[in-house]
Every structure is written in C-alpha cells, then in structure tokens.
Design a protein around this ligand. Structure first.
Ligand code: PLP
Length: 432
C-alpha cells in the first residue's frame, strides 16, 4: 500500500516514509493512494476479537505487500498497553470510552502508535530522531507519554509558561528521561512559530528533527482500529450510528476511512461546539473557515479543521456526497453543562465536556432517526476537566489514578525566551 499527498498525487510513499514526513512538502496531508477495499476482512472477522488482536490483523491487511506489514504485531504490542471500553448506558445509547490510556484522552491511541512505529523503524536503521512539538496543553501530554522511554527518540515539548493548567503542566514536566519540557516566556502562537522555524532553519538541518502532529498519518490510522473493534463487539445491533465529538476532524475521518474500506456502518455524525464550520458547510454548501471561539470543550475549539482536506479528497469536494456520509450538530456551552448534569442525575454517569457535546448530538440524531442505536465516542476522562464538571454536577469528579499520581511529582522544565534563536541555540547545545 502506498500513500500520497492530498494535493499532489505524483509522489508515492511507503507507510514509514509518510510517518517521518508528517506533512507533505506541498503542504498536503498523507492519505491512501487507493482506498483499500477489504469487505471480506469485515465479514470474516470473528465477533468480539480483542482490541490488540483485531488491530494487528487489520494493520497487516491494510499494509499488505509492504515490509511494514511484518512489523504490525511488534508495533501494536508495544503501542497499546490499554484498550477502548464499551459502556452500555441505555437501550439506544452506548459510550465508547477512549480515555483509558496514559494521558486519559483518545489522542493516546494515535500518539502511542506513532511512537511505537517510529521507534521500531529507527532502531532497525540504527538512527535517532528528535521530536519537536508545541502544545497549548492537552495534546502535548499524549505525545510526551507515548514517546517517553523510547531510546531512539528525544522529545522536546514547547509550552507557554503560565498558560496551561497545573495538571497539564505536571503531565509535561514530570516525565524526565528522554522528554524535555521547554517553558516558553510567551503564548501558544510563539511556541508554534518557534517549532516551525526550527524545521526550516538551515543551521539545524543536520539534526534529525521530526514532528508528531495530529495530522500525521501514523496518528490517524490507529484511530480507525477502535471503530472496527466497537463495530465487531456490537454487530448484532441492526442499525447503529457513530457520534463523534470533533475539532480537527481526525477522529471522525478515521471512522469514515473504516467505512470506506467496507466496515458495514454508514451512519456518522460530527458533534461540534460553537465552532460550527462543518455543520454550516453541510447546511449551505459553503466552507467558510473562521477564527476559533473559546468554549468549555476546548480541545475542539477549531475554526478550520485540518482533516477537512482529507475528507475533501474522499468525497470529491462535493457537498452532496458529504451529506450522504455525515450529519453534524453544533452544541453551545449552556447545553453542554446541562447535559453533564442531566446525564449524571439520570444515569450516574459522568461526561467530560467534549463527550457531553457528543451526547447532545446523539439525542438530536435519534430524534431525526428513531430506532437507531447511537454509539458515542468519549474522548477524555471527566476528571481532566474538574472545574467544568464540578460546576455542572456539584461534585468533584474523580481524578484518574494515572493523573493523581503526578500531583506529587517535581516539575522540571527549562525556561526559554520566545525567540526562534533561543530555541535554535538550545537544540544545538543539547543535541549537536
Ligand atoms: C483532540 C480532541 C478532540 C477533537 O478531536 P479531533 O480529532 O481533532 O476532531 C475531542 N475531544 C478531546 C478531549 C480531544 O483532546
């Protein structure tokens, strides 16, 4: 299987090449050259296969005829020390919990897989890499955790000083070892600009810098695995829809990819907060990016979703085709809070704000399509959003154990000015 850019299809890359490139030189995102048609995989899949086993089989099938296929077992075994879980809440509602990984958010699936795959390739080649990434809080911790302890890779994380939550800061600064946290005297935009400048700085070209952005194919692909797993666990249910809390639309794209390969579910809904470019596109046919708006479900505050480019390729930039595959709802902050409270009172189940947006969209979905079972993807542990959840339900949600442990650990960061030169100098002193 080969991979091409969403913009220029002439250059064909292997899976491992696409992983290390991240973004294509033409600015595009990597995608399958041809959609793998593997309906027989789905029909012959044993019901209820464990997540890791299923992932190995699916990955081998997807990468067929490539040397990487042999590595599937290795990579999956090293990546996933955690699994998705299904919680059946009601006769028409199931929650797919994706927050049982090290940073308690679904991004652990993508980050862990990418880290395991890169580490394996580098060790085989006897090479090293330096992962450079800027974070506004949440995504950086999944990346830091995923790469922590992998010998072939150094990780450098830039975060804005004083602008991430205390818990997020602990997640970034207490790992040590091959993870270096750079505390930048500036804001998130400074961090992003500095990281970007390092990649194009000729004075750093001899360093093996690489990125682990959310647009990396190696983060997208493993997200398809839990859709297929959830479908295989629940395939006795006649009519089912995936409801996906969405920001950059990577999570939803992974599900739509699985459907394009032949997974026999064709009902998907995007649940977004006030950042409603995609529902507006489906409604009007015009895609109009907007500046992002701050909401309670802040990991979804995206005004121009990066994966829309992949969806445009999948659906020929044709809004009619989009409408056949996706429905979308925008949910405001007040409703998000109300839903967290109502669901807690009715079911004793605590939702994070992102999952609450999904829950509301699922309600709207069932109203439009009576009788359809809704499977809501839960993207983060509610304990990560203490203030919002406590305000909604009047009780402090429990912090997951993996995070509670961090609170007693010592922070260790390197403070840096917000200039491109400061970062370049740091990298040269540290790694040259
Ligand atoms: C990143 C994130 C999302 C949005 O996922 P996309 O793939 O960007 O659509 C939703 N919820 C949480 C908790 C996240 O961290």
């Amino acid at each position: 299987m080969k991979f091409i850019s969403t913009r220029d299809s002439r250059e064909k890359l292997s899976f491992s090449e696409a992983l290390f490139r991240g973004l294509a030189p033409d600015g595009g995102l990597y995608q399958f050259e041809n959609i793998p048609k593997i309906s027989d995989f789905f029909s012959s899949l044993e019901k209820g296969a464990p997540f890791r086993e299923l992932s190995v089989q699916l990955l081998q099938r997807l990468l067929e005829n490539e040397e990487d296929a042999a590595a599937a077992e290795d990579i999956i075994g090293s990546a996933f020390h955690f699994s998705p879980e299904l919680k059946h809440i009601d006769k028409s509602i199931t929650v797919l919990e994706l927050f049982h990984g090290p940073s308690c958010a679904f991004k652990d699936f993508g980050a862990s897989f990418l880290a395991a795959a890169m580490d394996r390739i580098l060790r085989q080649r006897g090479q090293k890499a330096i992962i450079l990434t800027a974070t506004s809080g949440d995504t950086g911790s999944a990346v830091a955790q995923a790469f922590h302890g992998r010998d072939a890779i150094e990780v450098v994380i830039l975060y804005p000083s004083g602008r991430v939550s205390p818990l997020q800061e602990k997640q970034l600064t207490t790992l040590g070892g091959n993870v270096t946290a750079l505390e930048i005297k500036g804001n998130f935009d400074d961090c992003q600009r500095m990281a970007k400048a390092a990649f194009t700085n000729p004075g750093l070209r001899h360093l093996p810098l690489s990125s682990a952005n959310s647009i990396n194919l190696g983060r997208l692909l493993p997200q398809s695995f839990y859709y297929v797993w959830a479908w295989s666990q629940m395939r006795d249910i006649e009519d089912m829809a995936f409801i996906v809390p969405s920001g950059n639309f990577g999570n939803l794209t992974a599900g739509l990819y699985a459907a394009s390969w032949g997974m026999p579910i064709n009902r998907f809904a995007a649940a977004v907060n006030a950042n409603d470019v995609v529902p507006e596109y489906l409604r009007t046919g015009n895609y109009i990016p907007k500046p992002s708006i701050a909401t309670l479900s802040n990991a979804m505050d995206v005004g121009d979703p990066s994966n829309f480019e992949r969806l445009n390729c999948l659906y020929d930039k044709n809004v009619e085709i989009f409408r056949r595959h996706i429905e979308a709802w925008s949910v405001d902050d007040k409703t998000t809070r109300d839903v967290i409270r109502e669901v807690y009172l009715k079911y004793g189940y605590v939702l994070c704000p992102h999952t609450a947006v999904g829950w509301k969209a699922a309600e709207l979905y069932r109203a439009r399509h009576p009788g359809v079972h809704t499977l809501i993807l839960s993207t983060a542990h509610p304990g990560k959003f203490v203030e919002t959840v406590e305000e909604a339900i009047g009780v402090k949600p429990q912090l997951p154990e993996a995070l509670a442990m961090l609170l007693n650990k010592e922070k260790s960061s390197t403070i840096l000015n917000n200039t491109n030169d400061a970062l370049a100098q740091f990298l040269l002193e540290r790694f040259d």
